[in-house]
Ligand binder design. Structure first.
Ligand SMILES: [Zn+2]
Length: 234
């Protein structure tokens, strides 16, 4: 039997892995159907993504679809490793796709300490692989075989293009939710973020488990408290 020690099973076909201690401690999501699986975010570069891919392959040998929650380096710089593994569909919010194209090269310096090849743009798996499929206003349903995931946006928040990945009972929110660390505002729409958190706060019945971009899984009540804290800080 394969070992799934790195993964926390969240129910249904959903898993999360905190990856990696040496780098950004970003949450990597995995939703496994009977015909394909979705990987949510890909890490900081080829070193990190190779570890993530190896961990994914302890769970499933199925073809992979990638969803990037937003245009920050720790969430999409590993895409090339997944393309090299055969993935062809890379989903993101349309605004995130624009952001990756516009700022991807400038973001390389952010990984100089942990992914020198990615920082230099030299070597295998260091291409910036941009989204091939985009989500705009309406939700997109991906059929994975025996289950489906819904990709959708709740509006600008942590960035202009935050993508929600909804699996049965589990919602991967990217950095719109941040557990154990302060929210990051450099590309944020603060008022939009509060509105989005209020929407998340009402989605508990559909998604009892919410997975932040960093930190432990939470519930809808956490989104409400995050909105309260953000409002109080204005
Ligand atoms: Zn971010």
């Amino acid at each position: 039997m394969p070992q799934h020690d790195q993964w926390q099973h969240l129910g249904g076909g959903s898993y999360v892995m905190r990856s990696s201690a040496a780098r950004a401690l970003v949450n990597i999501g995995l939703v496994v159907g009977s015909e394909r699986a979705v990987v949510v975010d890909t890490g900081c570069g080829p070193r990190h993504a190779s570890e993530i891919l190896a961990a994914v392959r302890t769970v499933t040998a199925l073809p992979l679809v990638v969803a990037n929650t937003h245009a920050h380096w720790d969430h999409f710089f590993g895409n090339a490793v997944f393309r090299n593994d055969g993935a062809t569909d890379f989903w993101a919010h349309a605004a995130a796709a624009r952001g990756m194209a516009a700022t991807g090269d400038a973001q390389r310096e952010s990984v100089s300490g942990v992914e020198p090849e990615m920082a230099a743009g030299e070597g295998p798996g260091t291409d910036l692989v941009l989204p091939t499929r985009v989500v705009r206003q309406g939700p997109v349903v991906l059929d994975l075989g025996n289950l489906s995931v819904t990709l959708f946006t709740l509006g600008p928040a942590h960035t202009e293009g935050d993508l929600m990945v909804g699996a049965p009972g589990v919602l991967f929110t990217g950095d719109v939710l941040e557990e154990g660390a302060d929210p990051q505002f450099e590309d944020a729409d603060r008022a939009g973020w509060i509105r989005t958190l209020r929407k998340l706060a009402g989605m508990g019945p559909e998604y009892p488990v919410m997975v932040p971009g960093h930190g432990n899984p939470v519930t809808a009540g956490f989104a409400a408290r995050m909105a309260d804290a953000m409002e109080a800080a204005v």
